[in-house]
Write a protein that binds this ligand. Sequence first.
Ligand code: FAD
Length: 374
Amino acid sequence: MLRQAVRKIAGSFGHAYFQERARQGGKQTELWHALGEAGFLGVHLPEAYGGGGMGISELTIVCEEVAAAGCPLLLILVSPAICATLIAKFGTEEQKGRFLPPLADGSGKMAFAITEPDAGSNSHQLSTRAERDGEEWRLEGTKYYISGVDEAEQVLVVARTGRDEATGRGRLSLFIVDTDAAGLEATHIPVEIAAPEKQFTLHFDGLRVPADRLLGTEGEGLRQVFAGLNPERLMGAAIGCGIGRYALDKAASYARERSVWGRPIGTHQGLSHPLAAAKVNLEMARLMLEKAAWCYDNDEDAAEAANMAKYAAAEAALEALDQAMQTHGGNGLASEYGLADLWGTARLLRTAPVSREMILNFVAQHSLGLPKSY
Ligand SMILES: Cc1cc2nc3c(=O)[nH]c(=O)nc-3n(C[C@H](O)[C@H](O)[C@H](O)COP(=O)(O)OP(=O)(O)OC[C@H]3O[C@@H](n4cnc5c(N)ncnc54)[C@H](O)[C@@H]3O)c2cc1C
């Protein structure tokens, strides 16, 4: 029922809406609000704060169905999946009461900032730092590739607040920062992804954050952030699965109808087999996504399955989209057929929110017991 209800809303917008917004520099605001008002963006949040009281499994369904309708929403990864999840888990009563209801009903958005130019995949090397100054913290540093800062009222920032004497690594903490705060400068980073969401470099220059904006425990930020990164990976996987379904649906219907040598092109195994193989890989990715979301919701260790689901879904999405474009011949590149413009978003999933290589590192080390390579 959830799938059907989300499909109905997202289907009434469709890929043409996504394309138009991406081209004109607009946002998918109406779709976001429609999902929020129906309770789907907060489906995983506690009912006491305006949520649906369900789990991350249900949020992956929302995320997948929206992408399958041709309108992938990258900010689902960030605002409901990471930020709202972390506030629900680690926030004070005041923080939960203030920030969760707008995130749940879609009237508010929160961006998430962990990546830095000089740290990248290595979060232990983060150099953005926050220093306590009376009743405030002062933030200095730079983040990049931060999505949706122009749409969000706040950004959840991961910053260094100390150093672990035993390991020499930074002790990290989380801060909820207003995007219009003095001392925060956001610069747009142009990217070749045809999506309504934009990316930004953020400079924090002595930005003052009130003490009550620290989320969770000082110095425990990295451990806490992992509670939000697995949901983010799952939403990345869900977007990949949705794009894969969208592409294969279009490819199959085109291959059934298009006739070049007197028979539908789908008759030729040169086309049908790669599409069938893409379908197999896509369904395996969806199954791993379900497993990972189940693990997360049932307090099992979800890290391995979430990594595998994200890896499998990114590869399956690219395979399905590439083969769908091939099936369409020249039309595969035409704007009208609504395939090639999703390439950037699908390709992004191989790199973010966690790269293919870091997932393979994880699986090699933790699933296979191989020595750490870095
Ligand atoms: C469109 C877009 C949106 C994004 N949105 C956000 C956001 O909202 N918030 C946010 O915080 N970040 C965001 N990111 C950042 C994204 O999460 C990172 O780009 C990604 O995690 C990779 O980090 P990096 O770019 O620093 O690559 P690097 O860490 O510099 O890595 C470069 C390459 O080296 C490989 N590599 C690095 N270390 C190893 C190793 N030990 N072994 C093998 N290979 C390795 C990587 O896999 C990668 O292929 C976004 C990025 C993009 C492109």
